[in-house]
Design a protein around this ligand. Structure first.
Ligand code: ZN
Length: 317
């Protein structure tokens, strides 16, 4: 019996221009840039990680900025929306702050929670959801322009759009250990480890939509938490037994990861909580310097020249 999957670890998406992505996530949303590195599989591209003050698992949104790349096509087999948790009573603040980005000015209710929908400057669909302090005691990043009482606590949920949800339901409940907790308005809700914030996966069926194309504004993959390498090895075996085509363990410096496609074609990752982001720079300095893994350090000069300009000084005009 494998240890339980512990909720969302991070969500990774494709952005357009790096500077615009940085400005939106740090200034408008008030997240902290906790790591500026490159895509380890494509070092001419940044990999930007945003989260709470420490970059704790469950608070992380990460991006590959591809300036000039085409817009993704929304469709099935992808994450349709990524929901972020905020304290109860803060949606009016966020509706005001996010005015230019709202996709609906209406605050809606879903499974008893108030929801506000918006999109980032690249068209990535996001939601802000109010959660109670009893359910979610995370504080978020409290040193941004956003007053700390409204700060984004971290990830809350992902909504997966599927052509047909049955095989994904069997995978979530039969293999990955999720529990189905309700249906509302054509949406089925699943949770993993109870008591862990950011443990929600919603499924919707979109039989009228084409298969998605993962480009600018698209979520690339959804990562879930595992405590350590031993549990990850157990899950790797379990996924192989289930013929889910899992990858080898990949060293991501701040965590270690395995990847597989769930049957609805959404790319899932299982990432370790350790070692975290304060391994190659101090907690105070997180995100301030370009960090490269040891095997790319010898190529630093050429990598830095190839990367686009990105000013991460929050004080600039
Ligand atoms: Zn990832």
């Amino acid at each position: 019996m494998s240890a339980q999957i512990g909720g969302l670890h991070h969500v990774t998406a494709i952005a357009g221009e790096a500077q615009r992505n940085f400005d939106f996530y740090t200034k408008t949303l008030g997240l902290r840039l906790v790591k500026k590195t490159v895509n380890f599989d494509d070092p001419a591209t940044y990999h930007l990680y945003y989260g709470d003050g420490l970059g704790n698992p469950g608070t992380l949104l990460t991006f590959f900025p591809w300036k000039g790349a085409p817009q993704g096509r929304k469709g099935t087999g992808e994450t349709e929306a990524t929901a972020l948790a905020v304290p109860a009573g803060s949606l009016e603040f966020w509706r005001e702050r996010l005015q230019p980005f709202l996709t609906s000015s209406e605050i809606t209710e879903r499974f008893g929670e108030r929801v506000l929908a918006f999109a980032d400057p690249d068209g990535m669909a996001l939601e802000i959801v109010e959660t109670s302090i009893e359910d979610d005691a995370r504080t978020g990043w409290t040193e941004s322009e956003v007053p700390s009482e409204y700060a984004i606590r971290g990830l809350h949920a992902v909504t997966l759009a599927l052509r047909d949800w049955e095989s994904t339901v069997r995978c979530l409940t039969g293999i990955l250990g999720f529990e189905e907790i309700g249906t509302e308005g054509g949406r089925r809700r699943f949770v993993t480890q109870p008591g862990v914030p950011g443990n929600v996966v919603d499924l919707v069926e979109r039989p009228d939509l084409p298969p998605s194309q993962t480009l600018v504004g698209s979520v690339h993959h959804v990562a879930f938490r595992l405590p350590d390498d031993a549990v990850q090895a157990d899950w790797q075996h379990k996924l192989l037994d289930a013929r889910l085509g899992v990858t080898e363990v990949r060293e991501r410096e701040y965590f270690r990861s395995i990847y597989f496609h769930e049957p609805g074609r959404v790319l899932f990752e299982l990432a370790t909580d350790a070692p975290g982001f304060a391994t190659d720079e101090t907690q105070d300095a997180l995100g301030t310097a370009l960090k490269l893994p040891p095997w790319l350090e010898a190529r630093r000069a050429s990598i830095e020249i190839a990367l686009p300009a990105l000013d991460t000084n929050l004080e600039r005009n």
